[in-house]
Design a protein around this ligand. Structure first.
Ligand code: GTP
Ligand code: SPV
Ligand code: MN
Length: 605
């Protein structure tokens, strides 16, 4: 043994040697001042919250307004996922595909070794074991992240089952995903720290074959909470491909109709396109209830009975703040009453938080997300458009009691959706699984603030996974076709649908009120599952017959209702041309089934 043992001398006695040795290696490389193994206890969390307040990273909110809640303000350069700095370093470039940044693993390892060398000097390295999915569930997976960011430890504590319970699951033969994270801001002796240390240089790197994650330079969200997008989607999509299950950027919900029949739904919308809101839906239709199972990630696996079983691998919500208000998402507002960490929202004069859309009227004075005085006359928004809340799932009043069932829930319907001002109807049913895969594969959406880039620009976001696939996108489609075949064989394949809450009129306003009224599309979907309502053919698939959805009760005029389903042949032909270009860009791996479906789409125009 070398002198380096002092680094890991404080490892829990039951920590598997594979973990201890890895921690030791990373400590050798990054040279932290000390190592803390996180146990996930309440005392540990409180201690870290207090320390983060002391360091200025967190501002404690007024406990009378919002008990045990905090505000973090990030560095203004560190506010969203950086897709341009995210890499899938598979052995072969062709396994990453045209939608991912790729670099040769050996080359990337060399680059990262250089960056991580001494990166944690002057800081504490936290060892954060976690389980994605209920601890011990056959569908759950284990990981260990090391990080020098207390904010990231606190976030991972909320978003996963973090601590001693997860570590105890790791034995000599257990597979676990190692995730190395550094903010890349070593401290010289005596150097004063800043409230949100990070580095201009950023790398979010995945090695799909060896199932490793390395992240450098950012402390924000998906860049840094590696359990989430890096593990539960990018690495998991690769694992799922090998093992026959699906990692999806999807919410999970349970809808119960007035007769008491329940349906489980998985819905994939791109970032900031309504998953949290749909998962927490309060139906406007009397007699219906919706319960929440997950709001961002679903793992879907064919079960022993031939049904598609789903778990939410996460344990909390990292949700978009702007637009979340009493009138749009009262369930989220109730969830956030206490025990919440807010990031990049505004601070009120009485020590509470505010963001655009929380209330109809803005307070007369705020401190904005950059720490500046703000009034309603200010030019820029008070909260960053990608400001977020981090809160435990069990604080959500609509959480289903089956949300953490180790066996998962059986999925009845899969929905794809995006932000589409034009072309895409409010709701349509795929003719079959293959058509559903085509819907997912050709999904497009207008860009949001969840990632860097030009807002509003239409981009393809297949399966809402463009930034999250650890594999070649066309391989992802083939994998969905393969899983569908297995489900079809048992007659248990879920029905597939597409929705669009964001179609606009010529005057630019949304044609559909959205939010609680989305229950009307959801109810129609369940009626299709039950075979209770007819549908008519359209180029997009099967759409509701007249009278099947009570749009008048939703406050929608008959003109707007028609516009929500209007077909503009010229615009659709242009979109089909664009799909040709897109499919060509995806290359030779595009499954024949997807090409066939595209030809069929054209022939129906
Ligand atoms: P990620 O966490 O980034 O994956 O996003 P998400 O898909 O969970 O999106 P979320 O539910 O947080 O919604 C993002 C934004 O869309 C918020 O500002 C919502 O207010 C808004 N939004 C959600 N549902 C609707 C809807 O039905 N209609 C309209 N007009 N806006 C919506
Ligand atoms: C998303 O961007 O889809 C998110 C937030 O859910 S993050 O975890 O940062 O990816
Ligand atoms: Mn997301």
């Amino acid at each position: 043994m070398t002198a380096t043992v002092t680094f890991t001398g404080n490892a829990p006695a039951n920590a598997d040697s594979s973990v201890v040795e890895w921690v030791e290696d990373i400590a050798q490389l990054t040279q932290p001042d000390r190592i803390v193994w996180c146990d996930g206890s309440d005392e540990e969390r409180q201690r870290m919250l207090d320390e983060a307040v002391e360091a200025g990273t967190l501002i404690k909110l007024n406990p009378e307004k919002r008990p045990n809640s905090y505000l973090a303000r990030s560095n203004p350069s560190d506010v969203a996922r950086v897709e341009s700095r995210t890499f899938i370093c598979s052995e072969h470039e062709d396994d990453a595909g045209p939608t991912n940044n790729w670099a040769a693993p050996a080359e990337m390892r060399e680059t990262l070794n250089g960056l991580f060398e001494g990166a944690m000097r002057g800081r504490t390295m936290y060892v954060v074991p976690f389980s994605m999915g209920p601890v011990g569930s056959p569908l759950a997976r284990l990981g260990v992240q090391v990080t020098d960011s207390p904010y990231v430890v606190l976030s991972t504590g909320t978003m996963t089952r973090m601590g001693a319970g997860a570590l105890a699951q790791i034995g000599p033969d257990t597979e676990w995903v190692p995730a190395v994270h550094s903010i890349g801001a070593p401290l010289l002796p005596g150097e004063e720290d800043v409230v949100w240390p990070c580095n201009e240089t950023k790398y979010i790197v995945h090695y799909p074959e060896s199932r490793e994650i390395w992240s450098y330079g950012s402390a924000y969200g998906g860049n840094a909470i590696l359990a989430k997008k890096a593990f539960a989607l990018r690495i998991a999509s690769k694992i799922g491909e090998r093992e026959g299950w699906l990692a999806a950027h999807m919410l999970l919900l349970k809808a119960t109709n007035p007769e008491g029949r329940s349906f489980h739904v998985a819905a994939g919308f791109p970032s900031a396109c309504g998953k949290t809101n749909f998962a927490m839906l309060q139906p406007s239709i009397p007699g219906w209830t919706v319960e929440t199972i997950g709001d961002d990630i679903a793992w879907l696996a064919p079960g022993p009975d031939g049904s598609l079983r789903a778990i939410n691998p996460e344990a909390g919500f990292f949700g978009v703040a702007p637009g979340t208000g009493h009138s749009t998402n009262p369930t989220a507002i109730a969830t956030l009453e206490r025990d919440t960490v807010f990031t990049n929202v505004a601070l009120t004069d009485d020590g509470d938080v505010w963001w655009e859309g929380l209330t109809d009227e803005a307070p007369s004075h705020l401190i904005d997300w950059l720490g500046r005085d703000w009034t309603p006359d200010s030019e820029s928004p008070a909260a960053h458009p990608n400001s977020r809340f981090t809160v435990s799932a069990h604080l959500c009043p609509s959480i289903a009691d089956t949300w953490d069932d180790p066996a998962g829930v059986p999925i009845d319907a899969i929905i794809f959706g995006g932000r589409r001002a034009t072309n895409v109807p409010l709701v349509a049913q795929a003719r079959d699984w293959e058509h559903g895969v085509y819907m997912g594969a050709t999904l497009a959406s207008e860009r949001t603030a969840a990632a860097e880039g030009v807002l509003g620009e239409l981009r393809r976001d297949p399966f809402a996974m463009l930034p999250f696939s650890g594999t070649h996108m066309a391989d992802h489609w083939q994998h969905w076709l393969n899983v569908g075949e297995r489900l079809n064989d048992t007659g248990n394949a879920p029905l597939v649908f597409q929705v669009n809450w964001f179609r606009r009129g010529e005057d630019g306003r949304f044609l559909w009120p959205g939010f609680s009224e989305n229950s009307r599309a959801l109810a129609w979907i369940t009626e299709r599952i039950e075979g209770r309502t007819d549908a008519v053919e359209s180029p997009f698939g099967l759409v509701p017959v007249d009278g099947a959805i009570d749009y008048v009760a939703a406050g929608v005029s008959s003109e707007d209702w028609e516009a929500l389903f209007a077909i503009d042949p010229e615009a659709l032909n242009a979109e089909a041309d664009d799909t040709d270009v897109f499919l060509a860009r995806m290359g030779t791996k595009v499954p024949d089934a997807v090409k066939r479906q595209h030809e069929e789409f054209r022939s129906r125009l």
